[in-house]
Design a protein around this ligand. Structure first.
Ligand code: IPM
Ligand code: MN
Length: 378
């Protein structure tokens, strides 16, 4: 259903910086933008070339003036950045630290929000059991997976604390610290409680390793305990990260909102992607909840150069990331309609995409065809 002219004119124009990036990035972002337009949201977009190809052409990773320009947008939509596997002319960590993490730090994107929802029709990575119309796979109903990871996104091991001593000698020392500030932990935990209080289950799990990381873990646990007093309606739980890896696979229904530090959140969200249907579905929002600048939305998957240009890239992670962007921009109705369109599409045989599992044995319909199918539903 398309919006009426009257409804469109009511919505604000949103200025969005678009970074397609490398590999399948531009392909999936094109579908995400198609869906946003079909949802009736008018965005004024500006494309930016950043990533491995841009670096190889220009030697630039994130020029100062581009960073300054990006600060002025309402949101940033990013596909994926990274070189082809095996290429050595883009040093490892250069784009990660110089572009992705730099944007997270500079724009103070302190929450990395990653929702994982299995809808009927998606296949989880849990074994190879039969898929039926109810979404039952390997004995686990897909509907059991409905949780959000709130990953702290500006601190922890990602802060880059550490260094070498006597590098290259037999007495070499390498240290890599984890930075956990009271303010950084608190604002992330508060966001997670707020989110849990608005979700039907009102449940929050802190995931950490408090038995070994006794300093950082203590700060996280104390912070959760303190903030909990402002959210008495939210039930809270704690899991060590290793145990969480078992529960997430065996009993994903345990989880509603998970709050965790940067590195645990990175690792757990790949596991969650696999458990809930495949990384081709996993969306993320790098949020600056204080809204002192734009937030950044990106699929969790990477550039996947091996399938770039083949039409095999699943655009649903990018489309779901765009839905998170719409929500952040206040286009709640459009966001909901996109999310529903994705779920409805997945529930029909044609929507059972190759890397999602395929009840009907239907081949993946192509990146563009998936985007078209979602757009048509709007
Ligand atoms: C992610 C990615 C990044 C991270 C990399 C590319 C730096 O894995 O967004 O999860 O580790 O955060
Ligand atoms: Mn990751």
């Amino acid at each position: 259903m398309s919006r009426t002219g009257e409804q469109v004119s009511q919505s604000r124009r949103h200025r969005v910086a678009v970074v397609g990036g490398d590999g399948i990035g531009p392909e999936v972002i094109a579908e995400a933008l198609k869906v946003v337009a079909a949802a009736g949201v008018v965005i004024e977009e500006k494309q930016y070339e950043l990533g491995a190809a841009h670096y190889l052409r220009t030697g630039e990773v994130l020029p100062e003036h581009v960073l300054e320009e990006l600060r002025g947008f309402d949101a940033i939509l990013l596909g994926a950045v990274g070189p082809e596997v095996g290429r050595t002319d883009v040093p490892s960590g250069l784009l990660e630290r110089g572009l992705l993490l730099r944007l997270r730090f500079e724009l103070d994107l302190y929450v990395n929000l990653r929702p994982f929802v299995s809808t009927p029709g998606t296949r989880t990575a849990l074994g190879t059991g039969p898929v039926d119309g109810t979404g039952l796979v390997a004995g686990i109903p897909a509907s059991d997976c409905n949780f959000v990871i709130v990953r702290e996104n500006t601190e922890g091991a990602y802060a880059g604390e550490g260094g070498f001593l006597r590098k290259g000698t037999p007495a070499e020392v390498a240290t890599q610290g984890s930075v956990n500030t009271r303010n950084g932990v608190e604002r992330c935990v508060r966001y997670a409680f707020e989110l849990a209080s608005r979700r039907p289950r009102h449940h929050l799990t802190l995931v950490h390793k408090t038995n070994v990381l006794t300093f950082a873990g203590d700060l996280w646990q104390r912070t959760v305990d303190e903030i909990a007093t402002d959210y008495l309606g939210v039930e809270r739980d704690y899991n060590h990260v290793d145990a969480a890896c078992i529960y997430m696979v065996e009993q994903p229904a345990r989880y509603d909102v998970i709050v965790t530090d940067n590195l645990f959140g990175d690792i757990l969200s790949d596991l969650a992607g696999a458990v809930s249907g495949g990384i081709g579905f996993a969306a993320s929002a790098n949020l600056n909840p204080a809204r002192t600048g734009p937030s950044l939305f990106e699929p969790v998957h990477g550039a996947a150069h091996d399938i770039a240009g083949t039409g095999k890239a699943n655009p649903l992670a990018a489309i779901r990331s765009a839905a998170l962007m719409l929500e952040h921009l206040g286009e709640t109705d459009a966001a909901e309609r996109v999310t529903k369109a994705v779920s409805a599409y997945l529930a029909e045989p044609a929507g059972n995409t190759e890397n999602a599992g395929n009840a009907a044995g239907t081949p993946f319909p192509s990146t563009v065809a998936v985007g078209d199918a979602i757009a048509e539903r709007l």
